[in-house]
Design a protein around this ligand. Structure first.
Ligand code: HEC
Ligand code: HEC
Length: 209
């Protein structure tokens, strides 16, 4: 190979390296809107807003598609955080995004590190929640719902209030879910939901060790 060929390869290599680096760090324009509520790091500091960092891109992209089809409640304004954005309507938000934008937003947040919410839990309820989880949920939400690989969200360390609301949505059939999850959600009563929420709060703190 001539010296010139090496030089060309080096430049090509740098271009590839640069574009890979850019893909991993450069935030899509739309994240400016998202950051109002989900913060720059995708980690929630509001009980009603989920953490979206470190969750699988497959799951996140699906959620945006599901919102666009109104196959889950659109997220009315019910969070406590003060923001410059007054409208949380994710159906309208998702519908305004192209497929390519949905993909790049999902990939962006999936690449950020997950961090469990630091929240209180009741130990007795968490124990009860653990039995319910093991019998009904662990098959699909493995390692106490802490693995992004399951493409089923991350439950361990997710906001308790957010989870409680979603349990209810699933139970009432207001949010799309796999056929085999529905019967499990239908039989949860208020106490079982509290138990599960406390279990996932504890599991998030344990996984963080
Ligand atoms: C005004 C506040 C607000 C803004 C702005 C916002 N979100 Fe949300 N987001 C929420 C709330 C609240 C929920 C929970 C909705 C619910 O209760 O169903 C949510 C839920 C989600 C979920 C579902 C997560 C899960 O675990 O199922 C995704 C994904 C998401 N948002 C992505 C985004 C993206 C991407 C943007 C920017 C394009 C964005 N959000 C902008 C408040 C906001
Ligand atoms: C047959 C597999 C299966 C079973 C059993 C199952 N789930 Fe799921 N779950 C999923 C999948 C897949 C998703 C993602 C759905 C989507 O992409 O919208 C999900 C999503 C969720 C979410 C949404 C997470 C988020 O960030 O919004 C919650 C909460 C949840 N499941 C709780 C439970 C609980 C609690 C149980 C047991 C009582 C359970 N699931 C049983 C497969 C399952």
């Amino acid at each position: 190979m001539k010296i010139r060929d090496y030089a060309v390869m080096l430049v090509l290599g740098m271009v590839v390296f640069w574009s890979l680096g850019a893909a991993a760090t450069e935030s899509p324009e739309a994240t400016k809107t998202c950051a109002n509520c989900h913060n720059d790091n995708g980690i929630s500091d509001d009980p009603s807003i989920p953490t979206i960092a470190g969750v699988s891109s497959f799951f996140l992209e699906n959620q945006l598609a599901i919102y666009a089809e109104q196959a889950r409640p659109c997220a009315a304004k019910h969070f406590e955080k003060e923001t410059t954005v007054s409208e949380a309507d994710h159906c309208a938000l998702a519908e305004s995004l192209t497929d390519a934008e949905k993909t790049s937003l999902a990939e962006y947040y999936a690449a950020l590190p997950f961090a469990a919410v630091q929240q209180e839990f009741d130990a007795a309820l968490a124990d009860k929640g653990q039995s319910i989880h093991t019998a009904n949920c662990e098959r699909c939400h493995t390692d106490a719902g802490s693995l992004d690989l399951d493409d089923a969200g991350i439950l361990a360390g997710q906001q308790k209030d957010y989870l409680l609301e979603q349990f209810e949505f699933f139970k009432q059939g207001q949010r799309w879910q796999p056929d085999k999850m529905q019967p499990k959600m239908e039989k949860l009563d208020a106490e079982a939901m509290q138990a599960l929420a406390n279990f996932y709060a504890r599991a998030g703190l344990e996984a963080a060790h």
